[in-house]
Design a protein around this ligand. Structure first.
Ligand code: ZN
Length: 500
């Protein structure tokens, strides 16, 4: 195809604009002083509009049309498919709406930060009302078959539909509730392993850096910093930024944050370098991305073999603070199940119930079945119903997550999809690598990382997530493997058995 070099230039420019936005957003969350927010919001909105114009340039449309007619190899055909998908969404949105969305998102986030700190739902409510109206306008412009939520979820999980997710999540919730009930019946919640013992920040930092090196995160192509809410930002293939956070009373908060973000980071360091700066040097979806973070955080980092290796390491580093805790004690501690108010601190059994609550509420908002003004009350009622806990104030209730303030509606389901995908993958990994536990016990992560590189990381977005999972594992999206995994772990831990 003669015009490929010109199309290639578009792809590189779009990638560069993406890098700049990513760097600005990383800086905002890690380094920027609070008063920089307004100026930064304008800069980010301007960059978004420039990228939007680039993507909607009629010449790019002509080039993509030509490319679709041409006989392309598989990677190039995928680049055209992914870029055309982005462009098709972009051309439906006028510049003006793109700017209004970007500004409402940046300002909404700034208001949300103060509102959450002050536990003041009423302060944030007008921002949410404005944002829901904007998102409904956006969804209608993008187009949908009567389900506006589909148009928004498609930005994060291309091709996924509410009609598929809704029943899947409903049966998952039923089975989780059964497991949670059995755990509750098994006895009172376990008490935390450590109480009041201090785990100095500096040592926690060293421990997390050691973990990054051990699992194979390339620190010459990435770095770790601190932030209030851990996240991963990809500036480029060889520039992946992770963050973590420290809690002096609980070393496992930093460990799980680092393992989680490193899972994201390993994925982004693992794309085929041949595809760098093209639209397929990315995960097929956020759900797939999350499958990698949850795999390292939970399937690896909350497993007994992992702790058989790292408990003595921690004892050496933290000394007396560790008491005489055995690997088994630590394993029980990192798998303590207790319904709670905060999603990011929740255990593997209750986590997806937190997601389900958010999914149901945002779906109702988009469908117009719930008014933004009633959201806080509905939130509290849902927590009561699903988890048996009631938030004492909005700071630990409806205001706890950033997503709605930035307009990320349709994002929450990807967390649960990630958990489901990680369990589907793990069943395959366990059968391909029968020695996996022995490897984990020795902190030998190479075979696991190689497997992930080959099957998941390197292909990038060459096909859609559900198709990639199907090709690699023979299984489509389902919750069976995840429930088997949970019962396999928590059954023995709590002395309970799965219903027949
Ligand atoms: Zn994540």
């Amino acid at each position: 195809m003669d015009a490929w070099p010109e199309l290639d230039r578009y792809m590189h420019q779009l990638a560069d604009l993406g890098r700049m936005s990513a760097l600005l957003s990383w800086d905002q969350q890690v380094l920027m002083p609070r008063k920089g927010a307004e100026g930064r919001a304008r800069a980010v909105a301007t960059l978004r509009v420039i990228r939007h114009r680039q993507l909607t340039d009629p010449r790019l449309g002509e080039l993509l049309d030509q490319a679709r007619e041409a006989d392309l190899d598989v990677p190039r055909a995928a680049m055209v498919r992914v870029l055309a998908h982005d462009r098709d969404r972009a051309v439906k949105l006028p510049d003006d709406l793109v700017r209004r969305l970007a500004l409402a998102g940046s300002r909404g986030q700034a208001v949300w930060e103060v509102a959450r700190r002050d536990r003041d739902w009423e302060m944030f409510r007008p921002c949410l009302e404005e944002m829901v109206a904007l998102k409904r306008e956006q969804a209608d412009l993008l187009g949908h078959d009567g389900e506006p939520y589909d148009a928004l979820m498609d930005a994060y999980e291309p091709g996924m539909r509410t009609a598929r997710v809704e029943p899947l999540f409903a049966s998952l919730a039923d089975e989780l509730q059964t497991l949670l009930g059995a755990i509750a019946d098994a006895g009172p919640p376990r008490r935390p392993l450590f109480g009041g013992a201090a785990f100095p920040d500096a040592l926690q930092w060293d421990f997390t850096m050691r973990l990054l090196r051990d699992i194979g995160f390339d620190l010459d192509a990435g770095r770790q910093d601190l932030s209030a809410h851990p996240f991963t930002t990809t500036i480029a293939l060889h520039d992946i930024r992770l963050t973590t956070r420290m809690d002096p009373d609980d070393p496992f908060s930093a460990i799980s944050s680092t393992m989680h973000e490193a899972g994201h980071g390993l994925y982004d360091q693992g794309f085929d370098p041949e595809y760098e700066d093209t639209p397929i040097a990315e995960a097929p979806s956020l759900g797939l991305h999350e499958s990698q973070s949850r795999l390292w955080e939970n399937l690896v980092g909350r497993s007994l073999p992992f702790w058989e290796h790292y408990t003595p390491v921690m004892r050496e580093m933290f000394g007396e603070a560790m008491g005489d805790a055995s690997a088994e004690d630590v394993y029980r501690e990192v798998n303590r199940v207790q319904p709670s108010l905060i999603r990011v601190e929740s255990d593997e059994v209750t986590y997806n119930l937190h997601i389900l609550i958010r999914f149901e509420l945002e779906l109702a908002l988009l469908r117009g079945e719930l008014e933004a003004a009633d959201l806080a009350g509905e939130w509290d009622a849902a927590y009561d119903r699903r988890l048996g806990v009631r938030p004492p104030h909005a700071g630990v209730g409806v205001l706890q997550d950033v997503h709605w303030s930035t307009g990320s509606f349709g994002y929450f389901p990807t967390y649960t999809l990630g958990n489901l995908y990680s369990a589907i993958l793990w069943e395959r990994i366990a059968s391909d690598l029968p020695d996996i536990d022995r490897g984990l016990r020795r902190a030998e992560f190479g075979p696991l990382l190689d497997w992930l590189r080959t099957h998941i990381h390197r292909p990038g977005h060459i096909q859609e997530g559900d198709d990639l999972i199907h090709e690699v594992t023979g299984s489509r999206l389902q919750h069976g493997p995840f429930m088997r995994y949970l019962w396999g772990k928590f059954g023995p831990l709590y002395g309970i058995e799965a219903p027949a």
